[in-house]
Design a binder for this molecule. Structure first.
Ligand SMILES: Cc1cc2nc3c(=O)[nH]c(=O)nc-3n(C[C@H](O)[C@H](O)[C@H](O)COP(=O)(O)OP(=O)(O)OC[C@H]3O[C@@H](n4cnc5c(N)ncnc54)[C@H](O)[C@@H]3O)c2cc1C
Length: 431
C-alpha cells in the first residue's frame, strides 16, 4: 500500500481486517495526507480546516470502526448558513436551521430573499426545488445550470457561489453541475441527519489516521512513515518491487497506489498497457485551498461557522471547538484564482477584511497562511466521464484516492469510498 491518506488507510484497514499481511508506506512523517494534523506556535491545528456533513456515511463509519466516535470527535450543527458582507452588521443571507426537507428549504430561501420582487422569489424557490430533485440531463457548468433554473443573481452571489466553492473548490463557471447536484441532493434532500454540518472538535489526525495506524500495527501490519517510493516495477516472479529514494526496495504481492493524481502519474510505469490510465490520471487537474489561522489575545466567542461574502476567504470557523479558543480559521477555496501572495500578506489581508466585517474582533496577535496547492481535484464539467478506474491493466496494481469516486468532489468521503472499493477489488482478485 503506498500512501497513508484517508484512502490508503481505509484500504489498508480493509485488507488487514480480511486477514492479509499489509505493508503501508507513506512519504510524510505524519499520516493523513491532505487531511492531517500539524502544530503551529505549539498549538495543535490542521493542514486545513475540514468540515463534513451527515451524508458522509462511509467516513463516519470508518471513524467509528477505529474507535473515534463521531459523537465525540465532531460537533454536529443543524444545516443553516449565515453569510456576512464587510461593513454590514446583519447577514447578507441567512438560511436558518430548519428541517432540510423541500418545504423547509423553500421557506428558508423565500425568507432569505427579502429585497427581491415577489415573482423572482417565487421562481427562485421553484427552481431550487427542481434543482434538488432532478439531476441535469447533460453536464453543464453550475453557472449555466443556475441560470436555467432562474436563480436570481443576488441569490447566486450570496448562496450558490459560496456553496459551490465550499463543496467543489471549483468556480461556478467551470464546476460540474452533475456533481454539485448530486452532493446537494444527497446532503439536503434526505432529511435532517444527512444535512447536519459536522465540525471536528479534535485535530484531524485523531479522527482517523492515528487510530487507523494503531489498529494496523496491532494487527501485525508494517507501517513505514517517512519513506518515499520512487518506482514500481513488476518483480520477476509475481507481484511488484517498490523502490524508494534511498535505493532500498520492498516486494509486494499486490499494490494499491493511494497517492494524489500528481504523484500517481509519476509513479505509474510508462508502459503501453498503462498509458490510458496514466493519461486519465494526468487529466484530473488540481485546485488549491488556503487556510488562514489567526491568533487573538483573548478567547473568542463566535458562532461555530459563518460565511464571508466579498472577502479574501469564504468561511470563518473559530477553533474553540477544537480546543484552541484564541484561534480562528478562514478558508479560502479555489485560491489559485486569486493573485499570488506571500503567506504573510495573505493572513494580514484576511485579518483586515475580518475587522471590517466583525469590528469587535480587533487585530490578531499573529497569523499563518497554509496553502495546499493541490488540495482537491478540479471538479470541472465532464470530469466524471474521464476519471480513471481503480483497476489497471496490470493485474494486482490498483489505484485509490479521492479523485476516483464518480459523482463526488474531492472529499474525505470520496477518499474513503475509493479506499474501500480498491481493497474490495484486490481481495476479490487475489489468486
Ligand atoms: C486545505 C484543505 C481543505 C479541505 N477541506 C475539506 C473538507 O472540508 N471536507 C472534505 O471532506 N474534504 C476536504 N478536503 C479534501 C480532503 O482532505 C481530501 O479529499 C482527502 O484528504 C484526500 O485523501 P486521499 O487519501 O485520496 O489523498 P492524500 O490525502 O493526498 O493521500 C495520499 C498520500 O500519499 C502520500 N504519498 C504521495 N507520494 C508518495 C510516495 N511517492 N511514496 C509514499 N507516499 C506517498 C502522501 O504523502 C499522502 O499522505 C480538503 C483538503 C485540503 C487540502
Amino acid at each position: 500500500m503506498i500512501g497513508a491518506g484517508w484512502a490508503g488507510l481505509t484500504a489498508a484497514l480493509a485488507v488487514a481486517r480480511a486477514g492479509l499481511p499489509v505493508h503501508l508506506i507513506e512519504a510524510a512523517t505524519t499520516p493523513g495526507g491532505r487531511a492531517r494534523s500539524l502544530t503551529l506556535d505549539d498549538v495543535p491545528l490542521d493542514n486545513g480546516q475540514h468540515i463534513l456533513v451527515g451524508a458522509c456515511h462511509a467516513t463516519l463509519a470508518q471513524m467509528r470502526s477505529v474507535g473515534a466516535a463521531p459523537e465525540h470527535c465532531l460537533q454536529a450543527l443543524p444545516f443553516g448558513l449565515r453569510l456576512f458582507a464587510p461593513g454590514q452588521p446583519l447577514p447578507a443571507l441567512a438560511l436558518e436551521p430548519r428541517a432540510p426537507h423541500l418545504p423547509g428549504l423553500a421557506l428558508s430561501l423565500w425568507r432569505a430573499l427579502p429585497g427581491q420582487p415577489l415573482g423572482s422569489r417565487f421562481r427562485a424557490v421553484l427552481g431550487a426545488g427542481r434543482m434538488l430533485r432532478h439531476p441535469p440531463r447533460n453536464d453543464v457548468s453550475v453557472q449555466e445550470w443556475l441560470e436555467h433554473h432562474r436563480q436570481p443573481p443576488a441569490l447566486v452571489h450570496a448562496l450558490w457561489e459560496p456553496l459551490c466553492l465550499a463543496i467543489m473548490n471549483t468556480p461556478l463557471r467551470q464546476a460540474s453541475a452533475c456533481i454539485f447536484q448530486h452532493v446537494l441532493a444527497e446532503a439536503l434532500n434526505r432529511g435532517a441527519d444527512t444535512a447536519r454540518l459536522l465540525i471536528p472538535t479534535r485535530p484531524l489526525g485523531a479522527l482517523f489516521p492515528e487510530p487507523a495506524i494503531a489498529e494496523l500495527r496491532a494487527r501485525g501490519g508494517a507501517v513505514e512513515l517517512g519513506r518515499r517510493i520512487t518506482r514500481i516495477e513488476p518483480s520477476e516472479g509475481a507481484g511488484y518491487r517498490l523502490h524508494d529514494r534511498r535505493g532500498a526496495h520492498s516486494n509486494a504481492r499486490a499494490v494499491i497506489l493511494a497517492t494524489a493524481p500528481s504523484a500517481t502519474a509519476r509513479l505509474l510505469p510508462d508502459t503501453p498497457e498503462l498509458r490510458a490510465t496514466r493519461q486519465a490520471v494526468h487529466q484530473m487537474g488540481a485546485r488549491s485551498i488556503c487556510t488562514v489561522y489567526l491568533r487573538y489575545a483573548r478567547a473568542l466567542s463566535l458562532p461555530p461557522l459563518q460565511g464571508l461574502l466579498d472577502q479574501h476567504g469564504q468561511w470563518l470557523i473559530p477553533r474553540a471547538l477544537a480546543g484552541a479558543p484564541h484561534w480562528l480559521a478562514v478558508v479560502i477555496s479555489a485560491a489559485d484564482d486569486q493573485p499570488a501572495r506571500t503567506p504573510d500578506t495573505r493572513w494580514r489581508e484576511v485579518a483586515l477584511a475580518l475587522r471590517a466585517t466583525f469590528p469587535d474582533l480587533g487585530p490578531p496577535l499573529h497569523g499563518h497562511a497554509i496553502c495546499e496547492r493541490r488540495a482537491t481535484l478540479d471538479a470541472r464539467v465532464g470530469i466524471d466521464r474521464i476519471r480513471p478506474s481503480s483497476t489497471t491493466a496490470w493485474s494486482g496494481l490498483y489505484l485509490a484516492g479521492d479523485y476516483l469516486t464518480p459523482g463526488l468532489p474531492s472529499t474525505l468521503e470520496a477518499a474513503v469510498r475509493s479506499g474501500l472499493e480498491s481493497a474490495h477489488k484486490l481481495l476479490e482478485n487475489l489468486p
